[in-house]
Write a protein that binds this ligand. Sequence first.
Ligand code: COA
Length: 332
Amino acid sequence: MSRLAKSVGITATGQFYPQRIVNNHELAQMVDTSDEWIISRTGIKERRWVEPGVGSSDLGVEALKMALANRGITADDLDAIIACTVTPDMLFPCTAALIQTKVGATKAFGFDLNAACSSFLFGLSTAASMVASGACKRIAVVGCDVMSSIADKKDRNTVVLFGDGAGAVIVEEVEEGLGILDFEQKIDGKGAPHLFMPAGGSLKPATAETVAANEHCIYQNGQEVFKNAVREMAEVSRLMLDRNAIDPKDLKLFVPHQANNRIMEAAAKRLELPLERMANNIMYYANTTSATLPTAMHQSLEAGKVQKGDYVVLAAFGAGFTWGGMLMKWAY
Ligand SMILES: CC(C)(COP(=O)(O)OP(=O)(O)OC[C@H]1O[C@@H](n2cnc3c(N)ncnc32)[C@H](O)[C@@H]1OP(=O)(O)O)[C@@H](O)C(=O)NCCC(=O)NCCS
């Protein structure tokens, strides 16, 4: 029994990363760090960063083109585009508008959704609800972020953690009994001081001083985020399984937000899942924020790790704090 009024699910995926690889040795030239420290504390070996002049919409549109091609449809078949991002090309217009025009989705409306690293999960549930209500037939959910644009290149605590990338999915009605079965979403603003961008918003608009102090970049209390991320991603995933009477051994794929390999492995351990059943791309791409879940799903599909009818759980955690989980029975 689905939480939605109709059976709605993902029917295609796509992804895109910029070409430039930034490995840990390159970062060790910028800040006081080492390849050994980064790999042992985060599991990250390298990440992709865009060249100047490339925005989140440029990555998102390429991921969306791949998802459309994989589904065998054109951009004109979309009713809506939800762009999930914390690094919009600009504060306005929304990145969804830029993607819409670049991909040529002449019949679609759209909007951006920002819930930090939970953006894609919240966007996916929003799209699914819009399709289940009958308001839309087919929606593209695009997770795209250029985290290098807000990474403090002088702060070793954060610069090593993030990468740029995009993933996209097509959401529509699927065969009865398949698709998104359940989801749970949470927000708690008490977490705000632990992960935020101090300046550049309405509260503290950018000035020469804020830019000089790198306040337009990510600030993070890593340990506080770490412990909350492990607890909440494990708990919400467990809830998805318990509420639907699914034994963890019947879960084919666990797709956690890719923030730190130690967080992901700790969450999988709490679920008593073998690591082969956890999607993991952090080593090569780092934390791409809104793109981690769709790219990890796309790569798992490409690797043949998921088949029609398999149970898949997504888990996300991000600034806010925001977090959530989703249970799917893979639809194709
Ligand atoms: C940031 C993070 C990797 C730090 O790892 P950690 O094991 O918790 O390390 P600590 O915070 O205990 O820091 C230990 C030391 O390493 C140092 N350190 C931090 N980054 C470093 C780096 N890149 N290279 C070398 N040393 C570093 C710290 O300065 C600290 O030094 P100090 O003890 O002299 O102050 C980890 O806390 C983390 O991944 N947090 C969550 C990140 C996340 O998920 N963010 C996105 C959420 S969606």
